[in-house]
Ligand binder design. Sequence first.
Ligand code: NAD
Length: 280
Amino acid sequence: MRVGVVGAGTMGAGVAECLAQAGHDVTVVDPDPQAVDRARARMRDSLRLAILLGRTGGPKPAEVSARVRWTGEMTDLRDTTFVVECAPERIDLKEKLFAELDRLCGPETILATCTSGIPVDRIAASTTRPEQVVGLHFMNPAPLKDTVEVVRGPRTSPHTLDRALALLASLNKTGIVVGDGPGFVLNRVLMLCIAEAAAALDDGVADAETTDALFEGCLGHPMGPLRTADLIGLDNVHDTMTALRELTGDDHYRPPTSLVTLVEAGHLGRKTGQGFHDYR
Ligand code: NAD
């Protein structure tokens, strides 16, 4: 299948890799040439890592890379039959992109969003094909995560849902279908958990190491909430909380002081080497 990916950031690069690995022809659009360079490098490293980890059954890294075309032009998505949008978590931007995709793509094309929490129906409303819009909330790093939160908007058709689940099956991933609403299930819960963990830090109750050690040691979570935030990217966590607060009116989603301070300082978590924890 010819699949488009909008955005060559953390998620766009990971989703493009999964698609190409499964044999799809992928076109990734990003207006920032530096983001494209970083995404190419990230994909190369990820494909090498897969070999180091012994995951050698699939196509060779060079074959996977050759299936991905990188571009700065949205018009290059004209011939795609499925698009996964992975642009920044801003409502106005996603609405603009979906209106553009709706104009550009053929009438059969399914438009999916990887949004962390903006209701799918809000995004679908900027198109003339709301029944062909669906949420595919991949996890990071996408090549290593087997399960995807699939969001069925109130107007998403059964046919669209079937095609989305079939695409995931082709990637050897399982979709778990949930209804629409700010944050869906995962981020409705996770963002509150991260916000409270950061608030405990701000209040001097526990440092980041201690909070994560509690979740990891006492509850058996593989990663505590602050380490999870560092993995997601603190800019993305900040934008997701801001969007959820705007959408729900619930102040519990207000980004806590320590999170705002880190983002303003350019400490965005693992991707910059520093966040709630130090990775340098
Ligand atoms: P990111 O900031 O790493 O990447 C976003 C990319 O979009 C950047 O490369 C940027 O140049 C590009 N972009 C900006 N404007 C664009 C435009 N007009 N057209 C095309 N590309 C454009 O963000 P990310 O972490 O990859 O997140 C992308 C989406 O996935 C967000 O909606 C986010 O909430 C969601 N998401 C993120 C994670 C995570 O762990 N990071 C997990 C699940 C879902």
